[in-house]
Design a protein around this ligand. Sequence first.
Ligand code: ZN
Length: 303
Amino acid sequence: MSHRRFAAALAAVVIAASGCTSADEVEPDRPVVLTTFTVLADIARNVAGDHLIVESITKPGAEIHGYEPTPGDIKKAARAELILDNGLNLEAWFARFVEGTDAPHVVVSEGIDPIDIAGDAYAGLPNPHAWMSPLNAAIYADNMAVAFAELDPEHAPDYRTNAAAYREELQQVQNELVAALEGLPANQRALVTCEGAFSYLARDAGLTEKYIWPVNAEQQATPRRVASVIEFVDANDVPAVFCESTVSDAPMQRVVEDTDAAFGGVLFVDSLSEADGPVPTYLDLIRYDASTIVAGLAGGHRP
Ligand SMILES: [Zn+2]
């Protein structure tokens, strides 16, 4: 048992001994929907309104690809009436996790047009980061509306209305991004990042994508890969490069040193921040990333 887990177990014993009832033990007054990570939970809350209780298994800032569910998570799953996961092999831990529960589960990326990860061990597997295109996030919201209507038919019209309103906000982010990028020279319409987490956003915004490593494998930032990114940045006169918030930007700083590109800032992908952080909701996250990308490529940069 890790120190962290031992401390958590100890805390649980102390709470039990003191006779306190944790919020988890109170019988919920509305159906509970459990999601695998914070981005899905936020989209789901926008669709659910007040009719459902939506929770996320992983917390803000958590590593979501290789997460290991705790006994507390399993307990949470037991009282959920619906579980939502991303699919596309994002949650490698998910199959093991749902084995012990009866709740139905719905894959919210159903119907998006998947992009394969290029090269290496991942070749032929879909890139899991589909929510990073606002157009795909709208499909997620629609899938959730259908799943919620099945769970709670009485409020089906509300779920449809909520998803449609949310879709409009996403379309606006998409339109603004595309319009802002239109003024750039074609060669500079390029999104250079540490990880290949932006394939969907790049495709749907008309950006050429270049990254140091494909997915979730920092150790793959080899000198050869860094050199290939440097060559791309030089050849295309790319004004700015970026890095995802969850990984080290050290390899990208080497690109900045060796080229004329500026470091355009940190982009958020796999997790929302806490409520007082920069990206507490998915709309905040996608707007933050879009404005950081536009500001970087248009010559400025975010500190
Ligand atoms: Zn990721």
